[in-house]
Design a protein around this ligand. Sequence first.
Ligand SMILES: [Zn+2]
Length: 239
Amino acid sequence: MDSEDQVVDQPTLTTSKGIKFITLSDEEKVRIYEPWKNSIIVKLVGKRMLHYYLKRKIQELWKPTEDFQLIDLGVHYYIIKFKKKENMDKVMYQGPWFINEHFLSITRWKPNFVATQEKVANSAVWIRLPQLPTKFYDGNFLEKIGNAIGRLLKIDICTSTTLRGRYARLCVELPLEVPVQPFIYVVHHKQAIHYEGENFLCKNCGRLGHIAQKCSFIIQKNRDGKNEDTKQGIINNYK
Ligand SMILES: [Zn+2]
């Protein structure tokens, strides 16, 4: 077999209009994705920062145990490429993170991330489920609850010897552009959802990542008497 024969199992497809279409084999996916598996995609919400300054701030904030690259993806998204899993885990599970009081959204690296197509910035956040009935403290069931609220990343069941008793913390990925849900029905139980982190949940619009004083949404009653919010600047006659 000569060297040309070896590429036969990775065909370049051609559409009827003559456009070439290159696919990745499973083996290539493993090889190409491997160096990125501990990487994190970040975006500083509502603030632009120069690359070197952002990198310095991230260094001070996370104090990772290795040098890292901060790669600009465009439209204010960056990849932080860690080699060590411990550094990724710390960032993912010890947030929320802020730089100069601006929220730093974090998402695990994913293969097909295209910054300009990312309409909704997601971020990992910790939530608590206070007074969740004891019978629901079941790993698989907590996973189901977490995935109903967002994309579950981690479960942490805390046992406090003080007044609190047992409570569940879930790390979930949530979109920042959508107001958060204050509760969820777990079977017939109305379960409150508490979002961790001070100055993190806007009391005006219910979105994560900014405070009410910096909120750019205007809450108005619509004709049905329901709350409706609009991005500031869109309404001309509002003063
Ligand atoms: Zn707001």
